[in-house]
Design a binder for this molecule. Structure first.
Ligand code: UD1
Ligand code: UDP
Length: 364
């Protein structure tokens, strides 16, 4: 049997690496299809190197576009690949457009599918990711969930429990694997940062797609930088608009290219504070015990608030929240680390998939 993993965007690579490794250890025949949704070296290649991911067997080079255009290109490209390669299982990750397109094409071709990181819900259909999550979970044959509340959400949407497996968080597996290599000192020295600094990442459409939202956000981040230096590795999506809104290199603010995985997490590990709108970064700060302020009205990862170091803030509340977090020092997570965030999600997923491929554990 052949398993194909469809990956397209930065967070997909991080989630897939432990699954690919664990399936490899079980001797499962597999390949990576890179859709090319993310294509800059710092959004893609660096992750293959840092995470030890094997070279893709195909790259569809779909590139950027509106949702319809990008998704259309993904659908056409993936159909050709699936017809040619005849996979027995297609594995998709997270909630990006590549995830949505792959599950749709596979479902129409009658190819079985697995969704890694199923059941997350922000209940905000204004987020493109939420649309992708709901559709992907409705179509997947095997659903791997990272946190218990997802089980109830999926049940309430009518997903048969037999399809659903609580396995922990593969993004945290990657973090565990990288941990020995995460040393803030070299990257702090290279960027000329003092020992106490904050890291900010911003890329949600609601935050960076309009001049008004960007201005409000940038003002809040600049305010934080007056208290402690802030380094901002800028996602290409927000680059122009954030710069227009005043996010430019300065005395206390460092605006840099996206960082590779090991450099970025090294920087986060040494940070006094993280300000973000990223999904994955909310989880990584939870595990690293670094205070995290999330510039969003909601999160599909509430466990990072109940069991971690995360808090939701508005731009208006950010400066005061940052001041408090900095004064409090190292964050104490709100509880025990989430269940099964132990670095073993990849092997759990691989075990279920391998049994499923043998027909021992066919989902209904
Ligand atoms: C995508 C995901 C989002 C995820 C994010 C992770 C969707 C709908 N969104 O958002 O859920 O959090 O990836 O980073 O799938 N661009 C480049 N170089 C690249 C890639 C993108 O310059 O390598 C620029 C292009 O101008 C592009 C824009 O970024 O139009 C947005 O890229 P896109 O893949 O559409 O969505 P992201 O915002 O990256
Ligand atoms: N990340 C990185 N370099 C950066 C910013 C983020 O390596 O400059 C990593 C981060 O550690 C996490 C993943 O990229 O593993 C998250 O991706 P992103 O925030 O783009 O997407 P989201 O999680 O919001 O979908």
């Amino acid at each position: 049997p052949l398993v194909l993993h469809v990956l397209g965007a930065r967070p997909n690579f991080v989630k897939a690496a432990p699954v690919v490794r664990a399936l490899g250890e079980l001797g499962v025949r597999q390949g990576i299809i890179h859709t090319g949704q993310h294509y800059d070296a710092l959004m893609s290649d660096v992750f293959f190197a840092d995470l030890g991911l094997p070279e893709p067997v195909a790259n569809l080079a779909v590139g950027s576009g509106t949702h319809a255009r990008q998704t259309a290109a993904l659908l056409v490209g993936l159909e050709d690949v699936f017809l040619a390669q005849e996979p027995d299982l297609v594995v998709v990750y997270g909630d990006v457009n590549s995830t949505l397109a792959a599950i749709l094409v596979a479902a129409k071709l009658g190819i079985r599918t697995a969704h890694v990181e199923a059941g997350l819900r922000s209940f905000d259909r204004g987020m493109p990711e939420e649309v992708n999550r709901v559709v992907t979970d409705a179509l997947a044959d095997l659903l791997f969930v990272t946190s218990p509340e997802a089980l109830a959400y999926l049940a309430s949407e009518g997903v048969p429990p037999a399809k659903v497996h609580l396995v922990g968080n593969p993004m945290i597996d990657s973090l565990f694997a990288a941990l020995p290599a995460l040393d803030p000192a070299p990257v702090v020295a290279r960027l000329g940062l003092p020992s106490r600094y904050a890291v900010a990442t911003l890329h949600r459409p609601a935050n960076v797609d309009t001049a008004e939202a960007a201005r409000e956000l940038v003002e809040a981040v600049l305010e934080v930088s007056r208290r402690t230096p802030v380094v901002v590795p800028v996602h290409p999506r927000g680059k122009a608009r954030l710069a227009e809104a005043g996010l430019v290199d300065g005395e206390t603010i460092k605006v840099i290219e996206p960082l590779g995985y090991v450099d970025f997490l090294s920087l986060v590990r040494g940070a006094a504070l993280v300000v973000t709108d990223s999904g994955g970064v909310q989880e990584e700060t939870t595990m690293l015990g670094v205070p995290c302020l999330t510039l969003r009205p909601n999160t599909e990862r509430p466990i990072t608030i109940t069991h971690g170091t995360n808090r939701l803030v508005t731009p208006a509340l950010l400066p005061a929240a940052a001041e408090k977090a900095l004064a409090d020092g190292a964050a104490t997570p709100a509880g025990e680390l989430p269940v099964m965030w132990d670095g073993k999600a990849g092997p759990r997923i691989a075990t279920v998939i391998a049994a499923w491929l043998k027909g021992d554990n066919l989902a209904p």
